[in-house]
Design a protein around this ligand. Structure first.
Ligand code: ARG
Length: 439
């Protein structure tokens, strides 16, 4: 059944019908479509636009449809143009002719805009909960391993010693910003499009405040054209999700590196790895690689959404129907990736001895030695040059700075004393100055 057949003399071309249908994708909006419809019909009753007993039959019919779907008595399936067509046709099947009053004083344009906002609000709240859970797991693993030290890197070259805890907590900072960004986006989207009609409101004396309140929005969006054509919130939340995915992808990359034998800092649990069909010894970090890879899906969706919207004249255009696939893919992918990452981090084996051993290589304490020289009165730039010379000497002899005798160190700078060894010990330096924040 078409919602718009009256004006047409010919049937829709079969290929066109398939091309036009969004039902396979927007069927997941069925519950919000029912919710929006109930709010709309309640308002139509209150404003005497439809008779109370008609309105009540419609609302009861809608509730029954919802229950039947929940109890798997009714399947959200069939040859429908979209979820709205399915709901209206099903309602008419359930309650008869009076179901035809459902669409009074509304359009699919304000309906889909309202449905999408409701759906986005709920899904984004789940997303935030999952992010909070990942944050908690990162904090727990950081606390459990708070004595563990490892090389910190810049340019992927060993730089200075850091604590494993501090390294993991860097990700919790990123996740906190991600959560705040999403919460901000939720504040911004909270105006109700319902009642804007197709683009120009309605001649019926509807009450937009009532539906807005019933659906949990702050207030109605007072501009009709913007109401039906605003998809900013999808772009904004997909942009927030792109940043989330970028963070997860960076963490994945580190886990992949740390898990390989060259680093051997951690072991990713068997449950989140897979093997090779030919090489019996292999255990690959597939979960982390997939998160890194799926980041592309979310970035692609963001570009897709921006591109769909970029030259649309006001108000509604069918191009906008394509927003759903991009947004649903992004939110599903992001939530899946956060959940897998949470489990993977929770089950990581931390190889603290290997991390500690690598701290000894790569002159991680060279900057601390320069700081020591400064405290002995050497200007920093000169101290930098002196330590540079000491590093060359160490490299030539394949030793660490601590291995060099005081006598030899003094050849580089007279101010160096016996206390130097305590000042460049990687464990002790972590207790000095503002490095204490890493503990
Ligand atoms: N399926 C449509 C969408 O998702 C609903 C709005 C259709 N409106 C219309 N005038 N054809 O965008």
């Amino acid at each position: 059944m078409k919602l718009w057949g009256g004006r047409f003399r010919k049937d829709e071309n079969k290929l066109m019908e398939e091309f036009n249908s969004s039902f396979s994708i927007d069927k997941r909006l069925i519950n919000v479509d029912i919710q929006t419809s109930i709010a709309h019909v309640s308002m139509l009753i209150e404003t005497n636009i439809i008779q109370k007993n008609d309105g009540i039959s419609i609302i009861e019919g809608l509730k029954k449809i919802k229950n039947d779907i929940y109890n798997e008595i009714l399947k959200v399936d069939g040859d429908y143009e979209d979820v709205h067509s399915f709901l209206e046709a099903t309602l008419i099947k359930y309650i008869g002719e009076v179901g035809k009053k459902l669409h009074t004083a509304r359009s699919r344009n304000d309906l889909i805009a309202t449905d999408m906002k409701l759906y986005t609000k709920t899904e984004t709240s789940y997303l935030i909960l999952h992010l909070k859970e990942l944050k908690t797991v990162l904090v727990n693993v950081a606390e459990e391993n708070k004595k563990v030290i490892l090389p910190g890197y810049t340019h992927l070259q060993r730089a200075q010693v850091v604590t494993f805890k501090h390294h993991l907590l860097a990700y919790t900072k990123m996740l906190s910003r991600d959560i705040q960004r999403l919460e901000n986006a939720l504040i911004l989207l909270n105006e109700s499009p319902l009642g804007a009609g197709a683009l120009a409101g309605t001649t019926h004396d509807i009450d937009r405040n009532m539906t807005s309140k019933q659906l949990g929005f702050d207030k109605p969006n007072e501009n009709f054209l913007d109401s039906v054509s605003d998809r900013d919130y999808l772009i904004e939340i997909t942009s927030c999700m792109s940043i989330v995915m970028m963070h997860l992808s960076r963490l994945s990359e580190e886990l992949i590196l740390w898990n390989c034998k060259e680093f051997d800092f951690i072991e990713i649990d068997d449950a989140y790895s897979t093997g090779s069909s030919i090489m019996p010894q292999k255990k690959n970090p597939d979960a982390a690689e997939l998160i890194r890879g799926r980041t592309g899906i979310v970035y692609g969706s963001l570009t897709g959404l921006l591109t769909i919207m970029k030259s649309l004249p006001l108000a509604y255009n069918k191009d906008m129907q394509e927003d759903k696939k991009f947004f649903f893919d992004s939110i599903d992918t992001t939530i899946d990736c956060i959940r897998i990452m949470t489990n993977m981090v929770q089950t990581l084996k931390v190889k603290s001895e290997n991390m500690k051993k690598s701290v000894k290589k790569g002159f991680l304490n060279a900057t601390d030695l320069a700081d020591y020289l400064v405290r002995k009165g050497v200007h920093f730039r000169d101290a930098h040059a002196i330590v540079g010379e000491i590093v060359i000497e160490c490299e030539n002899n394949d030793v660490t700075i601590q291995d060099i005798s005081l006598e030899r160190l003094k050849k580089f700078s007279e101010v160096i004393e016996e206390d130097v060894y305590g000042e460049i010990d990687e464990h002790k330096t972590l207790k000095k100055g503002n490095k204490k924040y890493m503990l």
